[in-house]
Design a protein around this ligand. Structure first.
Ligand code: FES
Ligand code: FES
Length: 155
């Protein structure tokens, strides 16, 4: 059974979505399904048909968070960065630090600490704008595909 992560990287060539732990613990593989951050390493591809899917490529280089992660020192090795940015893009405009911490609780970074990341998100979400989504073919179980929704750091 193919995982959504495998299909994105190997069949669609969307290698911006990273694999870290492969077990739903790190958030490196985060994508947005129907505007909700999920871990694509936990989701069978067959369960996402008909869902709105957004990967880091869907931001097309124009989202404010792409800039603020650079200017605020939110990225070093970059493995966690696409997932962080996608999770942050799902936050409300002008998100509070508490909302940012909660929204990013399922995304781990081994390089930067979190100060630069939170600063980048605070600046980026004040200027947030919607990105583009792509739609997969029909037939999905909303309940099943939500099994990849992150539950928080270390959980
Ligand atoms: Fe770590 Fe998916 S690769 S949560
Ligand atoms: Fe390396 Fe976050 S920048 S894991």
């Amino acid at each position: 059974m193919k995982r959504l992560l495998d299909v994105l990287r190997e069949e669609c060539g969307l290698t911006g979505t990273k694999e870290g732990c492969g077990e739903g613990e790190c958030g490196a593989c985060t994508v947005l399904l129907d505007d909700e951050p999920v871990n694509s390493c936990l989701i069978p591809f067959a369960q996402v048909r008909g869902a709105r899917l957004k990967t880091i490529e869907g931001l097309k280089g124009t989202h404010p968070l792409l800039e603020t992660f650079v200017t605020e020192g939110g990225a070093q090795c970059g493995i966690c960065t696409p997932g962080m940015i996608l999770a942050a893009s799902a936050l409300p405009k002008n998100a509070t630090l508490e909302e940012i911490r909660e929204g990013l609780a399922g995304n781990l970074c081994r390089c930067t600490g979190y100060e630069g990341i939170y600063r980048a998100i605070q600046k980026g979400t004040t200027r947030q704008r919607p990105g583009q989504s792509s739609v997969l073919s029909p037939q999905s179980s909303v309940k099943q595909r939500r099994t990849g929704v992150r539950t928080g750091r270390g959980k």
